[in-house]
Design a protein around this ligand. Structure first.
Ligand SMILES: Cc1ncc(COP(=O)(O)O)c(C=O)c1O
Length: 364
């Protein structure tokens, strides 16, 4: 069989997609991926090491991740059975696309609606699973356009609607009233509220989800210090989580991730809170400093990053920063409104100072 005939067996949707790529050699100051900039101090590492020492890694992981589910329910509310766990929340986005893919009566494909610009994986994952993605432009202040969202949901009858709040890459929280009114108006769609950056906004939709089965909450530890461990979850009504569990690989969350996540949510929680407080204070400092440059406009942020509009040549600015060992995120292929923007993750105070000085140098 030729390579061409083998390639013809791949889903046609993959033709339009490219694999998610990350730069191979990170520079000294890495402000491009919305990670926490803080590595764990020695005592926290020792705590993790001793917890790992007690594990039996020649055995498969606990397929139910019982300890971690208990901890999530204790810390974030709800019952253990409402949580479905994944290797990062990316995996939960894929599991939802796999499990909830029955098209509406008369439609040939299931539909997912999300505001744009937003987290790219909602669109990429749904495409790769044969869904029809429907993006609804955010308004001029990066807020939800309530009427356009309602019209798109009414017209396309999506199986899923995603709202990342705070939103990536714009950084702002969406209006609670708008989300609540869409959730109430369209009870036959699953509304997934992605709180990946919720720790930095201090806002949560947990109570809304407790009262409404058409609402799910997506969470992750990636943005608060554990990106390398790949730990995410979705909390949804038990009648739905039972179905989602059926498509989850039984050992998707490895033993080390389960141990680390449980500690992160218990013993290490005060340390994470300290880091979050520092990042929120630094976010305000960085925004104020960058705002001094006439060529830069910082959009208000509730997350651990800021979106900045630049009146000059964005690729040139990014390579000048990279020349000083500072990586930030640019958006060459995305929403045209983003082409004049860069996204800067908030680093440690020292890293932020390097960024501020480098921009001072470059922009004068
Ligand atoms: C809004 C949003 N949701 C989910 C994710 C994925 O996070 P995870 O590392 O848990 O897969 C990201 C990562 O950038 C994100 O920005």
């Amino acid at each position: 069989m030729s390579i061409e005939s083998l390639k013809s067996l791949f889903r046609p949707e993959l033709e339009e997609l490219s694999a998610y790529r990350v730069p191979p050699a990170p520079p000294a100051v890495k402000l491009d991926a919305n990670e926490s900039p803080f590595s764990l101090p020695p005592d926290a590492r020792a705590r993790l090491a001793s917890a790992m020492h007690a594990t039996e890694i020649h055995r498969y992981p606990d397929g139910r991740a019982s300890e971690l589910r208990k901890t999530l329910a204790w810390g974030l509310g709800g019952s253990e059975d409402e949580y479905v766990l994944g290797s990062g929340s990316d995996e939960l986005i894929a599991l939802l696309a796999t499990a909830m893919s029955t098209p509406r009566a008369g439609a040939d494909r299931p539909v997912v609606v999300f505001p744009e610009p937003t987290f790219v994986m909602y669109g990429m994952t749904s495409r790769a699973h044969g869904w029809e993605p429907v993006g609804v432009p955010l308004d001029g202040e990066w807020n939800l356009d309530a009427e356009a969202m309602a019209a798109a949901i009414e017209r396309t009858e999506p199986n899923l609607v995603y709202y990342a709040t705070p939103n990536n890459p714009t950084g702002n929280c969406f209006s609670r009233e708008t989300i609540e009114s869409l959730v109430d108006r369209f009870p036959d769609t699953l509304h997934v509220i992605d709180e990946a950056y919720g720790a930095y906004s201090g806002q949560s939709f947990a109570t809304l989800c407790e009262e409404r089965p058409q609402c799910a909450l997506l969470g992750t530890l990636s943005k608060v210090g554990f990106a390398g461990m790949r730990i995410g979850w979705v909390r949804l009504d038990e009648a739905l989580s039972v179905e989602l569990e059926k498509v989850r690989q039984p050992f998707n969350l490895n033993t080390a991730s389960q141990v680390v996540a449980t500690l992160a949510l218990t013993d290490l929680a005060p340390l994470l809170e300290e880091h979050i407080t520092t990042i929120v204070a630094e976010r305000e400092r960085v925004s104020a400093e960058l705002g001094r440059h006439a060529a830069l406009e910082c959009f208000p942020s509730d997350a651990n990053f800021v979106l900045v509009r630049y009146t000059g040549d964005v690729p040139e600015l990014c390579s000048a920063l990279l020349g000083r060992q500072i990586a930030v995120r640019q958006f060459s292929h995305a929403d045209p409104r983003l082409r004049s923007c860069i996204r800067i993750t908030i680093g440690t105070p020292e890293e932020n100072q390097r960024l501020i000085e480098a921009l001072g140098d470059i922009l004068g």
